[in-house]
Design a protein around this ligand. Structure first.
Ligand code: PRP
Length: 207
């Protein structure tokens, strides 16, 4: 479980609680998703590669750093879209590559409907963005696609995970760190995380 990072930041814990609340409306929900994405991104990027860089301050030379990684955000449509803006506030020059997957309601298996990745990888680090890690099927399928594309350094960034999803993702991709705000109790019989927050896509987009 060492690849699973559950944020303990007080702001994350506070905002996640408001997010879960069934009385939180769509507008507030979207804003909280954005803020949580920013906070979790800060924690998930602690190991980015740096190179030395010297700048001139008004008082003289200062030795500093330059972030070197070429980062790609991979939001899983559609609920992952809400995480993009918050992450881009910290990482304004990332590339964004959308992957469209939905979960078949009966089988709970992911069905791909959008993927426009170019033949060759254009980034060396990918952050997979999806608020909910339920069975783990969507995350595993997305990471399978990214590894086939040729990216080796991949992180999963989400809001709430079920133990079942964590187990599936860590088994399939033990090299992929998982950054979330919480790991909840369980999945229910229709594949929803309990207590979770309901359907993250529906709550963001009012559907
Ligand atoms: C939800 C969620 C994840 C997936 C998680 O998406 O946003 O993508 O389910 O489930 P899994 O871990 O069992 O694969 P959904 O299929 O509801 O589509 P949406 O984002 O369009 O709402």
């Amino acid at each position: 479980m060492s690849q699973v990072h559950i944020s303990q930041h007080p702001l994350v814990l506070h905002k996640l609680t408001v997010l879960r609340d069934a009385t939180t409306d769509h507008r507030a929900f979207r804003e909280l998703v954005r803020e949580l994405a920013l906070l979790l991104c800060y924690e998930a990027t602690q190991d980015l590669q740096l190179s030395p860089k010297t700048v001139m301050t008004p008082m003289g030379e200062a030795e500093g750093h330059k972030a070197e990684d070429k980062i790609g955000l991979v939001p899983v449509l559609r609920a992952g879209l809400g995480l993009v803006e918050g992450v881009m506030e910290l990482l304004p020059s990332v590339q964004v590559w959308h992957i469209g997957l939905y979960r078949d309601e009966k089988t709970l298996r992911p069905v791909q409907y959008y993927n426009r990745l170019p033949t060759e990888p254009t980034v060396n680090v990918c952050l997979v963005l999806d608020p909910m890690l339920a069975t783990g099927g969507s995350a595993v399928a997305t990471i399978d696609i990214l590894k086939k594309w040729g990216v080796t350094k991949i992180k999963y960034l989400g809001l709430i995970a079920a133990p079942e999803g964590v187990e599936r993702l860590t088994t399939a991709h033990p090299d992929v760190p998982i950054h979330v705000a919480a790991v909840d109790e369980r999945l229910n019989e229709i594949g929803f995380i309990v207590p979770g927050l309901g359907d993250a896509g529906d709550r963001q987009f009012g559907t």
